[in-house]
Design a binder for this molecule. Structure first.
Ligand code: NAP
Length: 451
């Protein structure tokens, strides 16, 4: 019995997927029962890095998702449309789906998983987050017996590459980005990466799985790395930190001050979901993740900390994740899995987390309620008493300072770097508003959160 694959896309990930499937020797024996049946592409004439049996390629992708012989549709074409419509059509035609498309899942996950559950088919997405790193399956299965407290990840290789080089070479963001583009580590249009949007797509997926909640993309606070300067990297280094673009989802338990989002359901809690450049203490496990590598740190009860580390992109690593999903589905089909009864650890189970409740389990915490440490860099007039005035303004808004360093003179201006203790973001912002009105303050070039 062979399981027939309809592959949508034969680019970086599609070709890697085909390479594994065409060369099963030494891998799991079940791979020998998986057959690439059709392959959809845009251009039939393009040279391909993989040699396929003749006659598999087509530019008519609809015929693949409706073909009665196809068991599993593997969507590795990317983009929102026609990927979304083809996935939905595949589901409507009773096909299981494997996708690497974080953009489609983070935006249309609701629609896609609802349709899949109704149709009794699986939609698997291991490759959508962290490339080759197995993190989706662990969250769905091995870690699902834990109460997850937080998921913190370096999930975008391009920004981690840029920040790592800024740290080791001391260069400015724009110069290193241009070099990364030349070397092929950054796209010609790097917006999705450097503005944190790709990381937000991935965090929408991770947070949804970790917390049993469908987190919507617009609910994620998102700040990119383009304002991180060489000066900030150098000061962070001196203070014992590395700057990383972190994607964070963290349960924020109710406190008497904050109250609960819904006083009638006591278990209802706040969830922070955010992507921003962050000062990470050098002793933290994520501080040493450098270059294009990704890592995801999960903290839960009772397991404590677990970290997943590896290549977050690339043909082979991402294809490894895609084929692992194909293999999982093939294994279920082979063992006679009843399609009408989806395996509860592999299908989407948000509805079960919410079964005994009306609506959502979590409310997204507003950023002004976030309690964290901050790093801020000020340019001030070089006059006596400036630090005292800064301290008074912070004190007026209950912001206490962990360290204040006058770092140097730039022409007429002095540079002062401040790290706060834990503070409510709303209070910190109010203090900054007051500080901006001081006649000795020229500007505040950087404000960054500290892990
Ligand atoms: P890619 O190299 O650009 O390949 C896309 C493939 O899809 C090409 O074969 C292309 O055909 C085909 N295609 C695209 N639009 C099409 C259309 N409208 N009709 C027919 N064929 C179409 O992309 P990729 O890097 O493999 O990425 C694929 C997916 O994997 C994306 O969702 C991406 O986010 C995700 N992903 C990629 C990586 C990575 O390292 N690249 C890592 C993790 C996840 P032609 O070849 O004929 O142009």
């Amino acid at each position: 019995m062979a399981f027939k694959i309809g592959l949508l896309g034969l680019g970086t990930v599609g070709a890697g997927t085909a390479q594994i499937l065409l060369d099963p020797q030494g891998r799991h024996p079940l791979l020998q029962e998986i057959e690439i049946y059709r392959v959809g592409v845009r251009s039939l004439d393009k040279p391909r890095p993989v040699e396929l049996p003749k006659g598999l390629l087509t530019t008519d992708l609809e015929t693949i998702v409706t073909d009665p012989h196809v068991d599993i549709v593997v969507e590795v074409m990317g983009g929102l449309e026609p990927a979304r419509s083809l996935i939905l059509k595949a589901i409507a035609n009773g096909k299981h789906v494997v996708t690497a498309n974080k953009a489609v899942i983070s935006r249309y996950g609701d629609e896609i998983f609802t349709a899949a559950n109704q149709a009794g088919v699986y939609v698997m997405l291991e490759a959508a987050v962290g490339g080759g790193i197995p993190v989706i399956q662990p969250l769905k299965q091995a870690l699902s017996v834990n109460r997850i407290h937080s998921v913190t990840g370096i999930v975008n290789g391009t920004t981690n590459y840029i920040l790592s080089r800024m740290q080791t070479e001391g260069g400015e963001f724009s110069d290193i980005l241009a070099d990364a583009q030349q070397l092929g580590y950054a796209e010609a249009d790097p917006t999705a990466d450097v503005d944190g949007l790709d990381a937000a797509d991935k965090m929408a997926i991770l947070a949804s799985l970790a917390f049993g909640e469908r987190i919507k993309l617009p609910e994620i606070y998102c700040e990119g790395i383009s304002k991180v300067s060489a000066a900030d990297i150098a000061y962070a280094e001196k203070l014992g930190f590395a700057i990383k673009l972190l994607a964070i989802a963290k349960q924020d338990l109710p406190t008497p001050e904050k109250g609960t989002p819904d006083t009638e359901t006591r278990n209802f809690a706040f969830l922070q979901v955010r992507v921003h450049p962050t000062l990470v203490p050098k002793t933290h496990p994520l501080a040493s993740i450098s270059g294009v590598y990704n890592a995801i740190l999960v903290e839960g009860e009772p397991i404590g900390q677990v970290m997943f580390y590896g290549r977050g992109a690339g043909s082979g690593p991402t294809a490894s994740a895609v084929v692992s999903d194909i293999l999982n589905i093939a294994a279920i089909l082979k063992s006679g899995g009843d399609a009408a009864k989806l395996h509860p650890l592999l299908s989407c189970s948000h509805q079960d987390y919410c079964a005994n409740r009306q609506g959502r389990r979590f409310a997204i915490a507003p950023m002004e309620e976030l309690v964290t440490r901050f790093y801020a860099r000020f340019l001030t007039l070089d006059r006596p008493g400036v630090i005292g005035k800064l301290g008074t303004s912070f004190g007026n808004h209950h912001v206490s300072l962990e360290s204040v360093v006058q770092t140097g003179i730039h022409g007429e201006l002095a540079e002062i770097v401040v790290v706060t203790h834990d503070v409510r973001e709303g209070n910190f912002r109010q203090a900054l508003d007051e500080i901006r009105t001081l006649d000795t303050i020229d500007s505040i070039p950087s404000i960054l959160r500290v892990l």
